[in-house]
Design a protein around this ligand. Structure first.
Ligand code: BTN
Length: 378
């Protein structure tokens, strides 16, 4: 344990002040060295108060956002996910870091995290804007014994895990319905198929909070390494105009600062559990109910943007491969609530269209196809 961590541990043990003299003795260093370490801790975000003749005191950690390896590791309950954590202040892309770490022999479960990225990558060759203002950029290394055609489903497993961790952010809100909260406003988290985590305020439009990018490296026709990269807008309160219409942050949605270390650890705690369930069957059969509980497309009119044959229809759920099931509109007809079975979901206004059990559903894979709401982003 380095000197800064020893100081944090000592300050955490007591509600009151710890004298500078005691810290000098404990660390075997001068008063100036203690003071310098305290300054560094403050820069990292630790709320430390210094009072002449009394010493140093750690103020409440609630609603603070100290984001480093130790804070995350202390909250992990996993056997392998996030072990070890490689934390950097700035990097190009944490997905690229993972492949570099894999080449150096780092194990399955290694997590690369950065406070900012200079060349963050998004889906479909787009970039992922990665400023340093309180967000999370992280990627995990997986060396699974899976068939390559199964791996797109890992992205869906990750989306479920981020959704479940997001719901925990609502725990201080009294008696919330699943996926909702009613403190000062209605805040509803959801999953936009396949892997965007979204939030709606006051039953307004869904906005994106998180994106996921999975990449794979092959050697001799076998998977050598997979990385799942996750980017979350957390405590950022001003969004780039390029994304502001369809995106938001946890802090803006919840009206409070979010502890990134707790959110990060919770995501990996859920991921390890979901991954273990997924690899038992190598399909989505056991995770489907949990995923569909958060699926905001359910019962909504969607546009399937297939480059070869785009179409519109009603989203009916996912199948055991994690593909979106869509009932195409009949030629020249708009969907209505007139017949068929209602689809129950967590979606607010606009959801609840009907599926005709007599008509087929089309399974849409996430590869080259994306889905938009006919009347907006979801
Ligand atoms: C998307 O386009 O929705 C996916 C965005 C994925 C961004 C994350 S941030 C951490 C990791 N590193 C990257 O370069 N990209 C992913």
């Amino acid at each position: 344990m380095d000197k800064k961590q020893q100081i944090v541990q000592r300050l955490t043990e007591t509600d009151g002040f710890v004298s500078g003299q005691e810290l000098c003795r404990m660390l075997g260093v001068s008063r100036t060295a203690v003071w310098k370490n305290i300054q560094k801790l403050k820069e990292e975000g630790y709320p430390i108060e210094a009072v002449t003749n009394r010493g140093y005191r750690l103020l409440s950690m609630q609603e603070t956002d100290v984001f480093n390896r130790e804070q995350i590791a202390g909250k992990l309950r996993t056997a392998w996910a996030g072990r070890p954590i490689v934390f950097t202040e700035e990097t190009g892309s944490t997905n690229d870091d993972i492949f570099a770490l894999a080449a150096q022999g780092y194990p399955h479960g290694t997590l690369a995290i950065a406070s900012r990225q200079t060349s963050g990558k998004g889906r479909r060759g787009r970039s992922w804007i990665s400023p340093p203002e309180g967000n999370i950029y992280m990627s995990i290394l997986l060396k699974p014994d899976l068939r390559p055609d199964v791996t797109p489903m890992l992205t869906v497993v990750m989306a479920l895990s981020v959704y479940q961790a997001s719901l925990e952010q609502l725990t201080d809100i009294k008696e919330p319905a699943p996926g909702t909260g009613t403190a000062q406003h209605t805040c509803r988290f959801g999953i936009k198929w396949p892997n965007d985590i979204v939030v709606s305020l006051e039953d307004g439009p869904y906005r994106k909070l998180c994106g996921i990018l999975t990449e794979m490296r092959m050697e001799d026709n076998e998977i050598s390494a997979i990385t799942i990269g996750v980017g979350l807008n957390v405590n950022q309160t001003k969004l780039d105009p390029e994304i502001a219409q369809n995106a938001t942050s946890y802090a803006l949605a919840l009206g409070k600062k979010v502890n990134r270390a707790a959110l990060t650890a919770s995501i990996w705690n859920h991921f390890e559990e979901n991954y273990n369930i997924f690899t038992q069957t190598e399909d989505f059969v056991n995770l489907r109910p949990a995923y569909e509980a958060g699926l905001v497309n359910l019962g909504r009119h969607v546009h399937v943007l297939d480059p070869k044959s785009p179409f519109t229809g009603i989203a009916a759920g996912i199948n055991e491969r994690g593909e979106l099931l869509v009932q195409p509109d009949e030629q020249g007809e708009k969907p209505s609530g007139a017949s068929g079975s209602p689809i129950a979901g967590t979606a607010p206004a606009g959801a609840g269209l009907f599926i005709d059990p007599e008509r087929p559903l089309i399974a849409v894979g996430s590869g080259e196809v994306s889905v938009r709401g006919v009347n907006g982003y979801v």
